[in-house]
Design a protein around this ligand. Structure first.
Ligand code: NAD
Length: 256
């Protein structure tokens, strides 16, 4: 379905971003990876699916590096057809204790980076009259949790940016939608399980159950593979007129 197209996925060396990159690669898209850490392992996993893979190490908190990444992707592949804004970080503290530098980093990486990639990707998508922008927001783009002020503000912002982008492209072949996962067992969430286990003297299994039980009625994690399939749907012809939605895949979290 995506043969000959190029997908750029920010924060795709791990977790949800890597799951989405692999799902798009299975549909034939060439992939531009981004993120830190296990770069070569991620590259090998995607390349094994038989598509072209490139990597750019832009730091999503730095607009100049984002510009360089978008230019490099266009130079290598012609244009970015599918843009997945996924890179994200978390910090947990009450508002009055929240370090100002963590606030700035979360807003920059989780929200502003999506503005920069979107503004840079849109001209070529408009010229081709086809494009897909998929913003990985969160159930925290729809509802709040205590101690996550920056994250919840950024993710609500991403849902807002998604709606505006969808409106501005509504008469074109470009669509913009958001994915809103509940808990997904990635390094970002394992850190929160570890913190709970340490604070309450619990085993990993007990802390995991407690974390799920607080928010997620299904008591199950959503997987990167399931989120990848939702991204594939947004890229399909059946989704041509799906515009500006914030689609939660959250085990019932936001239904409560
Ligand atoms: P993760 O920690 O496994 O992956 C995050 C990715 O972002 C990694 O590739 C990392 O290298 C990259 N990254 C971090 N800072 C970066 C920066 N400054 N520049 C470029 N890349 C950077 O986390 P994840 O759980 O897969 O999270 C992916 C997205 O999904 C995030 O936006 C997160 O908010 C969102 N999300 C996660 C969950 C969950 O339960 N895990 C739930 C809802 C939403």
């Amino acid at each position: 379905m995506l043969n000959g197209k190029t997908a750029l996925v920010t924060g795709s060396t791990s977790g949800i971003g890597l799951g989405i990159a692999k799902a798009l690669a299975r549909q034939g898209a060439n992939i531009v990876l981004n993120g830190f850490g296990e770069v070569e392992a991620a590259r090998a996993e995607v390349a094994a699916l038989g598509v072209k893979v490139s990597y750019h190490g832009a730091d999503m908190s730095k607009p100049a590096e984002i510009e360089d990444m978008m230019q490099a992707a266009a130079a290598e592949f012609g244009r970015v057809d599918v843009l997945v804004n996924n890179a994200g970080i978390q910090h947990v503290a009450n508002v009055e204790d929240f370090p100002a530098d963590r606030w700035d980093a979360i807003i920059a990486i989780n929200l502003s980076s999506a503005f920069h990639t979107t503004r840079l990707a849109l001209p070529a998508m408009r010229a081709a009259n086809w494009g897909r922008i998929i913003n990985v927001a969160s159930v925290h783009g729809l509802v709040a949790s205590a101690q996550k002020s920056a994250y919840v503000a950024a993710k609500h912002g991403v849902v807002g940016l998604t709606k505006v982008t969808a409106l501005e492209t509504a008469t074109t072949g470009v669509t913009c939608n958001a994915i809103c996962p509940g808990w997904v067992l990635t390094p970002l969430v394992q850190k929160q399980v570890d913190a709970k286990a340490a604070a309450l003297g619990l085993s990993n299994e007990e802390a995991t159950k407690l974390l799920l039980g607080e928010k997620e009625p299904s008591m199950q994690f959503t997987t990167p593979e399931e989120l990848g399939e939702l991204a594939v749907f947004f890229c399909s012809p059946a989704a041509n007129n799906v515009r500006g939605v914030a689609w939660n895949m959250d085990g019932g979290w936001a239904a409560q």
